[in-house]
Ligand binder design. Sequence first.
Ligand code: URA
Length: 412
Amino acid sequence: MVRLAIERKRDGATLDSTTWEAIVAAYMDGTADDAQMAALAMACVWRGLDLGEAVALTRAMVASGASLHYPHDVFVVDKHSSGGVSDIVSLVAVPLVAACGVKVAKLSGRALGHTGGTIDKLETIAGLRTTIEMDAFVRQVERVGCAIAAQSDAFVPADKRLYRLRDHTATVPSIGLIAASIVSKKVAGGAHAFVFDVKCGGAAFMRDVRQATDLAQTLVAVSHEFGRRARAVVSDMEEPLGRSIGTGIEVIEAREFLRGEDADGRVREGCLQIAVEMLALAGVREPRETALGALQSGKAYEKFVEMIEAQGGSRDALERMSVTARAHEVKASHAGFVTAIDAVALGHAAREWSAHEPTGGIRVAMRVGARVERGDVIAVAYGAHANAKRVADAFAIGAEAPPARPLAYATI
Ligand code: URA
């Protein structure tokens, strides 16, 4: 059966839902091996999946494991980011939306390549647990209003195996396979509405706006087929979203933002945009005003503390966190404009340094477009292993200011 399905996909046919179900079942029971699944994945990369196939594969993958269910009178929102650098949106938007009275259940992943993982970031708060029994997770969402936990192995085991195989065989870039992989995990997580933050640019997995928009549309369309409300934002990832890159150092930036301390304009807008979409999906009227009110009143910060305490951390542990003292300033070698920041290089460097010291990493002082004089501090590298030259090499300074880039390219 699987061999025939591979042949048909290779030749451009559309596979029906029974076939997708049988393929996933065969992969899970060992009847189909990795070689066959890799060949099928490559055929999908070349031939694509139509919406019906993406939905069928998503359904079959959800059925491969456990799912969460909330009581019928509890409406729950989730968000997903396709991965970025200095992406503190989950750390901010989850408690912010919960502080506005909308329940948020976020199952998150770990760092992948140069991109950060919310779970690794949260684990830098002393005592905080991210591995939570699923019953306790549901109860926390109902009681506190929000929770962020590591995706359990019990959910969508088929995706876990298939994603690893796709990574090994260069078959990740298929819109249909990506959408099935992401939406299956969201559906199994049990939320009723999803906001997808599809990053686009040099430091994202989707490099061009057309492809990212295509993925965003597919994520929303597949989610609708499962009866979920969904929206997607295609957002810029040509430079780090916030100022801080690392793990604990990003928690500190989120803490400062939620406490109303000076926040970078770009990260502030990025977080608000996702929070507003989450609130709108839950039916909150005037979502932007509501979100701003929760920030200004301190409710969003208090919700962050409450979530941390519910997961074993403490206010004191959060508030005691400070950036590693060992700082290496990175200065502009000549005057001009910052024309580019290599977020991939900074993401890799910060990941290494924060593995040694959780609050080590990088703080970007000058963004793309900033005018600098020779000797101006453009970034600071933190940690005993930090290397200022590596950070300096990630900045390009030219004679002319580059054209401004929007923060979001599309909302679907
Ligand atoms: N992230 C996922 O979870 N799955 C993919 O296929 C790609 C990115």
